[in-house]
Design a protein around this ligand. Structure first.
Ligand code: SF4
Length: 227
């Protein structure tokens, strides 16, 4: 999908807009204004995000909400588009409005939907969840842009066959940084603090030690119980 074939959105279904600290990936620890878009084109068994409900907002209403959260701050604040799957809705029109802030833009995507407007983002974190027919994307083929501008984040599951397929498909691509992250939920139940999470984390530590071109990531916002 490219910018010429994407239908222009007049409003966007937004689940929530809030100010917090990035808990995972290469921008961990960075204060950000998060825009969580409702809805996703995948249905992962372990999905822990309540993203189904939302309010219809125009691009300018989203911008106003961001500016309201930034009142009292004199310095730029990074803005992170997340979901759900933000690329089900994000288009060039919205990105142009957000670029008007001249603040760093970040996005977290499952990588199934491509649009050239992704080039405007300082950080694109791609987190493929499964191999399925939707995953036709080949960033190198669809654009002059390449995955070397993106971070890859794989969630380490307890299914060795799935992991093998994800790693051999995506791990061989020239991403900027490759992260392996322990799964913190399974079938909607939090694993945080439980034996299963601890085992999963130990496996990721061992795996990253064996694969030093990868980095370990974790979900600090869940560990510290921040939003
Ligand atoms: S891609 Fe992300 S938001 Fe979508 S169902 Fe999977 S875990 Fe949930």
């Amino acid at each position: 999908m490219n910018q010429n074939t994407r239908k222009r959105q007049t409003t966007y279904l937004v689940n929530e807009i809030f100010y917090s600290i990035q808990g995972e990936g290469s921008a961990v620890g960075m204060p950000m204004i998060f825009i969580r878009f409702a809805g996703c084109n995948l249905a992962c068994a372990w999905c822990d995000t309540d993203h189904e409900h939302g309010s219809q907002m125009t691009g300018h209403q989203i911008l106003e909400a961001i500016i309201r959260l930034a009142i009292g701050h004199s310095k730029p604040i990074a803005v992170c588009l997340t979901g759900g799957e933000p690329m089900c809705q994000v288009d060039r029109h919205l990105v142009k409005i957000l670029c008007g802030l001249h603040w760093p833009l970040h996005i977290e995507t499952n990588g199934t939907l491509w649009d050239d407007c992704l080039k405007e983002f300082e950080t694109v974190t791609m987190s493929p969840k499964e191999i399925n027919p939707l995953m036709e994307i080949d960033l190198c083929r669809n654009s002059s842009w390449s995955v070397k501008h993106c971070d890859l984040k794989l969630v380490y599951t307890d299914n060795p066959a799935d992991m093998e397929r994800l790693i051999t498909t995506w791990g061989v691509q020239p991403f900027r940084i490759k992260f392996m992250q322990p799964m913190t939920t399974i079938h909607g139940t939090t694993m945080n603090g439980k034996e299963q999470y601890s085992m999963n984390t130990k496996e990721v530590i061992e795996w990253v030690l064996q694969n030093p071109d990868w980095r370990m990531s974790c979900q600090l916002h869940k560990i510290f119980q921040i939003r």
